[in-house]
Write a protein that binds this ligand. Structure first.
Ligand SMILES: Nc1ncnc2c1ncn2[C@@H]1O[C@H](COP(=O)(O)OP(=O)(O)OP(=O)(O)O)[C@@H](O)[C@H]1O
Ligand SMILES: [Mg+2]
Length: 447
């Protein structure tokens, strides 16, 4: 049985005492006030779950108290106590925010049932609120989902970054959500009223990319029959998203560097400088530091772009997001294809959890889409999923911590030519501890 903190406000001593007695017998904690004024004082100091309020009192009436409580403490459930024959007042009280009423004379049983009912309602309301907030946390940015620690960190970085006008470089493997993150930064930024203009730098050959970005003046070249605005100009007031920035040529890198340094640009063939009034977000799945070492990417441009860096974690490092994402995609594809399919079987979920997802969220999205297309019943079965290459499957079906510890110890030992001293150091444990773990897991050096 639930217990509550209850305040009784009644100017009749006998009523106060007998109510308190009944309630305390049921395990509730009870305070008493002899007038409306005193009751309001106590409500200011202490939080109560339920208020039992007599309607007819000397001084401040129950209805007056109710109005103040409804305004100041809407979470307290108020039960009005009325005399026989004053139902109309009780109904007025309900209209003013009372939860229920009790008509005198009533017995302890009636009171107990009512209190229990109210506590259950309150518990349900709290739970709904909690679920709503959890859901909000998981989908902080429209359609970006993730409850893992790593994604929660991405979300808060996006929120912090969005308020600034700094250039952001988003890195991460293919399909990790770099495009979504760029859009989310824009949506949360002061420039959200302006356009979000994305350019896939990898999709154009050099000369086309140049006119695509900068636009051209009429007559700049043979085909330039009219003046055309480029993406930079279209992004004015908003955000310019340079996707696949790792793909652009050395010459385009110089052109872009100039834009970022001078905050000015020209249309191809144009002489009139145009102000670069946009925020730049760039993304790449390439290792740019390697490209810099190999001299295919300019270091100065890298530093101009990488004012703030946002690294999208690969899905295999946040597997706890898989069920959430899978269900999200299932709902979407089921709705789009008008299919009654709303569950993922245990076996299918195991498969999803064991796979390493080299194509990250996009690959998971495609896998679920396929499953919805081929699925027959209400449940996604393991056989509905694409066949995952064994190369990317976690070897062990055993997801326990112990199995992970064993695998990790084995990996470190193998990586260090079975040197126990060195491996123990790397693992941060004593040599003797390592020996005993090797014994427990039956890890032996192969001859
Ligand atoms: N956290 C997420 N929640 C929901 N959907 C996501 C999430 N991350 C990615 N997706 C979805 O996965 C797909 C790939 O995302 P996106 O295009 O942003 O990835 P990317 O990192 O830009 O990939 P690429 O490098 O291949 O361009 C999209 O359909 C996107 O909606
Ligand atoms: Mg992308």
């Amino acid at each position: 049985m639930n217990t509550a903190k209850i305040l009784i406000v009644d100017d009749e001593l006998i009523m106060r005492e007998s109510l308190a007695g009944w309630l305390e017998r049921d395990g509730h904690r009870v305070d008493k006030a002899a007038s409306g004024e005193e009751g309001l004082d106590m409500l200011e100091k202490t939080r109560y779950d339920i208020l039992l309020l007599d309607i007819k009192m000397e001084g401040m009436s129950g209805l007056e108290v109710l109005k103040q409580v409804a305004e100041n403490d809407p979470d307290v459930a108020v039960v009005m106590i009325t005399a026989y024959g004053s139902v109309s007042t009780a109904i007025e009280a309900m209209k003013n925010g009372a939860t229920d009423y009790l008509m005198k004379p009533f017995d302890p049983g009636e009171l107990g049932v009512l209190i229990e009912k109210i506590l259950e309602q309150q518990a349900r309301a709290r739970e709904t609120l909690f679920l709503k907030e959890e859901y909000k946390k998981q989908t902080r940015f429209e359609n970006m989902i993730g409850q893992s620690r790593a994604m929660q960190e991405v979300f808060s970085l996006i929120e912090d970054v969005a308020t600034t006008d700094s250039t952001v470089l988003i890195t991460g493997e293919t399909g990790t959500g770099k495009g979504l993150a760029a859009k989310a930064i824009h949506t949360k930024s002061p420039r959200s009223g302006g356009p979000f203009v994305a350019v896939n730098c990898g999709a154009f050959p050099e000369t086309l990319l140049e006119t695509e970005l900068f636009g051209h003046q009429k007559g700049a070249f043979t085909d330039a029959k009219t003046t055309k605005k480029g993406r930079l100009e279209l992004a004015q007031g908003g955000t310019l998203f340079l996707d696949e920035i790792g793909e652009i040529s050395m010459r385009m890198q110089i052109d872009l560097l100039r834009v970022l340094e001078d905050r000015l640009f020209y249309r191809v063939g144009g002489t009139q400088p145009i102000e670069a009034d946009f925020r730049v977000i760039a993304a790449t799945n390439k290792d740019l530091s390697r490209a810099i070492r190999e001299r295919t990417f300019r270091e100065d441009l890298f530093y101009r772009l990488n004012v703030i860096s946002l690294a999208m974690p690969p899905l295999r490092e946040r597997k706890e997001d898989i069920p959430l994402l899978a269900e999200h995609f299932l709902k979407r594809f089921a709705m789009e294809s008008n299919k009654q399919i709303d569950k993922i079987s245990r076996e299918a979920m195991d498969e999803l959890m064991l796979y390493e997802w080299p194509g990250n969220v996009r690959e998971l999205e495609n896998a679920i889409e396929r499953a919805v297309v081929v699925g027959k019943g209400r449940k996604v079965m393991a056989g509905d999923l694409p066949i995952f290459s064994p190369e990317h499957r976690t070897l062990s079906k055993d997801l326990s911590l112990q199995a992970a510890e064993k695998a990790h110890i084995l990996k470190i030992l193998q990586g260090n030519a079975w040197n126990v001293k060195k491996s123990a150091e790397i693992l941060g444990i004593d040599r003797s501890t390592l020996y005993s773990k090797m014994k427990r897991y039956q890890i032996r050096r192969p001859d």
